[in-house]
Design a protein around this ligand. Structure first.
Ligand SMILES: CSC[C@@H](O)[C@@H](O)C(=O)COP(=O)(O)O
Length: 369
């Protein structure tokens, strides 16, 4: 398997990563995922033949990032249907595998609705409908990613009056989380391709190091000028005047524009406000949750203490045995600290105009609401 990836890399640095694929095998369909817990050391796949395996991959973060969780949830429902499992129960297990990224619920429900609408024609037809819904979502996410990159670069150029940009990002938001080139990372990549990225500052993103392991890996593959920093070095970077903008993704955007994203995003928003630097959130409209009114209504996933007390992967202890740890996977940035939210439908400032709900309505095809 590693050879397969190595060949792709040698041929073309920009080749799409096979982060998720549907495979028909002699023993039935499979959902094959690039195991992100093993990057950057190893490019290995995890093969899921049933929904419990998909749920385990989601919980372990073998597959992760809001848009990809949505796509995975949809394919998970299709897998349950194709394998003759209890589709309703499978959809419920998938949707609850992680609580914060609303895309997971969105993708799961999308495929479940397609299954339900077709089930009168027989389970085979319904399984086909669920798979078609998953494939559509996968394609649409790629298209959304390309449009976000365009809108995001336009906004950066406008806010920063052209020139070359020094962008700070947190967690991982590239092709590893998307049907396309990602969300925030896709904007940085567009800036790089346009010759307008001076530097991508990559937060390492404690405790699971998505920035160091994944974003640095994607930046290196893309030939971007990038530098890794510990999360707590961001303040001194701002103080030195080295950051022009923050670009991050989102796991859920509430109706009032509050943004849940990887823990450590909120402190960056506070720093950005103090230093008069734009704090820009890039996410598809599938990340906007119209039924979550505000930040406090967002459920933040709490993860195991050993992610903090041990080196990633359950390795060497970093703290004495019995140490307890506070380990929320996400934090919530209030709308007043967000300069703009960029989606495939365009960009808005969440506290002026029609806010994020205007974008969400546009994505539903009813501009007036
Ligand atoms: C486009 S990805 C946006 C977010 O999903 C990303 O920033 C993030 O927080 C991912 O968290 P993770 O816990 O790795 O799934």
């Amino acid at each position: 398997m590693a050879d397969h990836y190595a060949r792709r890399r040698a041929g073309d640095e920009q080749t799409r990563l096979p982060v998720l694929r549907w495979e028909e095998s002699a023993d039935g369909p499979l959902l094959v995922l690039l195991d992100q817990t093993r990057l950057p050391g190893e490019e290995a796949e995890t093969v899921c033949a049933d929904v419990p395996a998909v749920v385990a991959a989601i919980r372990s973060l073998a597959v992760r990032g809001a848009p990809l969780l949505g796509i995975t949830g949809a394919y998970g429902v299709a897998l349950a249907a194709a394998r003759g499992a209890d589709v309703e129960a499978a959809a419920s297990r998938l949707a609850q595998a992680r609580p914060t990224a609303v895309n997971l619920r969105y993708g799961t429900e999308l495929a479940l609705d397609a299954y339900r609408s077709a089930v009168a024609g027989g389970v085979e037809q319904a399984a086909g409908a669920a798979l078609a819904a998953a494939r559509d979502l996968h394609r649409e996410d790629a298209a959304a990613s390309a449009r976000m990159a365009g809108h995001g670069l336009e906004l950066l150029d406008e806010l920063l009056s052209g020139g070359e940009h020094r962008i700070l990002t947190h967690c991982n938001t590239g092709a590893l989380v998307s049907g396309g080139e990602g969300t925030a990372f896709a904007v940085a990549l567009a800036a790089h391709r346009a010759g307008r990225l001076r530097r991508l500052w990559v937060d390492e993103t404690r405790p699971l190091l998505q920035g160091a392991r994944l974003t640095a890996w994607e930046a290196a593959r893309s030939g971007m000028p990038y530098t890794l920093l510990t999360d707590n070095a961001a303040g001194s970077l701002f103080a030195a005047g080295e950051v022009d903008a923050i670009l991050i993704g989102a796991d859920r955007i509430a109706a009032n524009g509050a943004v849940a994203n990887k823990v450590g995003s909120y402190p960056l928003a506070v720093l950005a406000r103090y230093h008069h630097v734009p704090f820009i959130v890039v996410a598809p409209t599938t990340t906007i949750d119209p039924v979550t009114p505000d930040g406090p209504a967002i459920e933040v996933e709490q993860r195991a203490a050993d992610e903090v007390t041990r080196l990633p992967g359950g390795g060497r202890p970093l703290a004495p045995g019995g140490t307890t740890a506070y380990n929320p996977a996400f934090d919530v940035t209030p709308p007043e600290l967000v300069t703009a939210i960029v989606t495939e439908e365009g960009a808005v400032c969440p506290v002026t105009g029609d806010g994020v709900m205007g974008l969400w309505r546009r994505s539903q095809g009813s501009v007036g609401g």
